[in-house]
Design a protein around this ligand. Structure first.
Ligand SMILES: Cc1ncc(COP(=O)(O)O)c(C=O)c1O
Length: 530
């Protein structure tokens, strides 16, 4: 027990106290070079290479890192070492008092207690009870290279030391965003060469909306301002992004959508209990979209936003041919086609972009999430040459965020993208783990609690039903959330959405880990009917 200054041990005698913050403080220095030396090869164990074990801090490091704090007074050192490992109950109480959570039912959460995640490594997380959970959702569809990737940690650390921040306003830039923009241009469809950065998927879509307005305005077509999007789509949470989102829970409580945002049917026959198969239903959706364009007038519609696979709305892959026909319909009517690839880009479908996979040739692509594997916030909006040249011709472009092209976020993105490339993760998903994941996912078609299976590459969903079958769903419209809770108890995190569970694990996942994920899913679903 430390009562006064004399009881504080000398720096070299300070015991190793496990505290997440202390680990974090030392990890960037102690782990990064190991990965750099190891190099990355496809046949070796990816996780060991990506996530070398932390080397305990040496006495010399303790001295060099801790001693400066010592000089600032003993209380600082004691706080540093001891006070950053508060108990779960204390954190839960503080969380209840002070933290307003996004996308959370607060009273339910306070009753059951907030879930705490303490650390992550590869595809696994450690929770408040020191349980090791396989993260079947890659955080929020984004931690593509898994947790504790030393290459990203090191790149961020280096950039922080060199230049943590400088804006890209007023004729200035820093190196990392230029390199990221170049990387994106090389991987994206041919017409998309320029990128404006932001901080999130919502902001990437906001930037797209402003660019679209500016484009039509500059061309003397300010009357083209309406925006089309689809039911079950998710495009983010700003006023405009929520207005595009086709999920009532996201717009109704906020008295949205704003005027000029129009929803057309998305190709999800299961959710609307249509008797049509996905292909026929997709055709009907296209006819409805064409009718909407005719009714509103093509000369009033600026653009349509489309997720190639609708993610948060329930993992809805496009029926064959649907996206190409939709693109042609829009082009015929001089309506810009925006691919919201916030989830689908960077290898999730076994291609750098879904737009490449399905030859979509969009006018704009919006990006976020997997661009940094979620390590730091970054959004990106890529535009066609025609759009960027129109923007140039208009003169001053008065749009951008203080943190647009943030150099440290961009350094994280560059290290992340180079890691995805050097590990061959895109090809690995395309040729190996993606098909294996889909095979295992589709085996659930035979499970009595599963009524539909959907997916592509490393993303998938299972629609689950109660014993009563589909007719029982009306009395249990959140059975997917209950199923996700059971699967978590079995050791894996999946996302419950309405009546389904969704999965999108890190792209580094191995076949054995896919087996582990699905055995948790199976045990959880078996218990659903108990
Ligand atoms: C397709 C899509 N677009 C946009 C967003 C919004 O991104 P953010 O939460 O970073 O604002 C999301 C988030 O899930 C998304 O899935």
């Amino acid at each position: 027990m430390i009562r006064n200054e004399k009881d504080i041990p000398a720096p070299s005698a300070i015991p190793t106290i496990r505290s997440p913050m202390r680990d974090e403080f030392f990890s960037a220095k102690t782990t990064a070079p190991v990965a750099a030396i190891a190099g990355f090869g496809m046949n070796a164990d990816l996780v060991d290479k990506l996530h070398p074990r932390k080397v305990p801090a040496s006495p010399a490091q303790v001295e060099s890192e801790l001693f400066p704090r010592w000089r600032n007074g003993p209380i600082g050192v004691i706080n540093f070492l001891m006070n950053h490992d508060p108990s779960t109950s204390e954190l839960r109480e503080l969380d209840r008092q002070f933290h307003l959570h996004p996308f959370t039912h607060h009273t339910d959460m306070h009753k059951s207690g907030t879930q705490l995640i303490k650390s992550g490594d590869g595809c696994f997380l450690i929770d408040q009870d020191d349980r090791r959970l396989l993260d079947g959702l890659a955080g929020l569809w984004c931690v593509n290279v898994g947790y504790n990737c030393a290459a990203i940690v090191e790149a961020v650390h280096r950039q922080m030391r060199q230049l943590p921040y400088y804006p890209s306003f007023f004729n200035t830039t820093t190196e990392p965003p230029v390199r990221v923009a170049e990387f994106l241009a090389k991987k994206s469809p041919a017409r998309l060469n320029r990128t404006i950065f932001s901080n999130s998927g919502s902001e990437a879509n906001e930037s797209a909306l402003k660019i679209i307005r500016s484009y039509h305005h500059t061309r003397g077509q300010s009357g083209k301002y309406k925006i089309l999007s689809r039911s079950f789509s998710y495009h983010g949470v700003t006023l405009a992004a929520s207005s595009m989102t086709g999920l009532p829970i996201c717009y109704e409580p906020f008295d949205l959508p704003l005027p000029g945002f129009i929803h057309v049917p998305g190709p999800h026959p299961y959710a609307v209990q249509s008797p049509l198969d996905p292909e026929a239903y997709g055709k009907w959706c296209l006819e409805e979209t064409a009718k909407t364009i005719q009714r509103e007038g093509a000369d009033t519609i600026a653009a349509m936003f489309v997720e190639p696979i609708q993610g948060a709305g329930g993992v809805i892959p496009p029926p064959p041919g649907y996206l190409a026909e939709l693109r042609d319909l829009l082009r015929k009517n001089n309506i810009l086609f925006v691919a919201d690839e916030v989830i689908t880009a960077f290898g999730r479908l076994g291609h750098w972009f879904a737009s490449n996979l399905w030859d979509l040739d969009p006018d704009i692509i919006t990006l976020a999430k997997g661009i940094t594997s979620g390590y730091l916030p970054l959004g990106a909006t890529m535009v066609s040459d025609e759009i960027s040249e129109t923007i140039f011709s208009a003169g001053y472009f008065a749009h951008g965020y203080t943190y647009s092209a943030h150099p440290t976020s961009a350094a994280a993105a560059l290290a992340n993208l180079e890691t995805i490339e050097s590990l061959g993760l895109v090809e690995r998903v395309r040729d190996d783990t993606g098909p294996y994941f889909q095979q295992k996912l589709h085996e659930f078609a035979a499970h009595p609690a599963v009524s539909e299976v959907r997916g592509h590459g490393l993303i998938g969903a299972l629609e689950v039903i109660p014993r009563l079958g589909r007719s029982g769903l009306a009395s249990e419209p959140t059975i997917g959330i209950r199923a996700a809770g059971l699967i978590r108890e079995e050791g894996s995190i999946v996302r419950g959405i309405r009546t389904l569970i969704a999965m999108a694990p890190p792209l580094i996942i191995s076949r054995e880990e896919i087996d582990q994920l699905f055995s948790c899913v199976k045990r959880g679903l078996d218990r659903l009917w108990d």
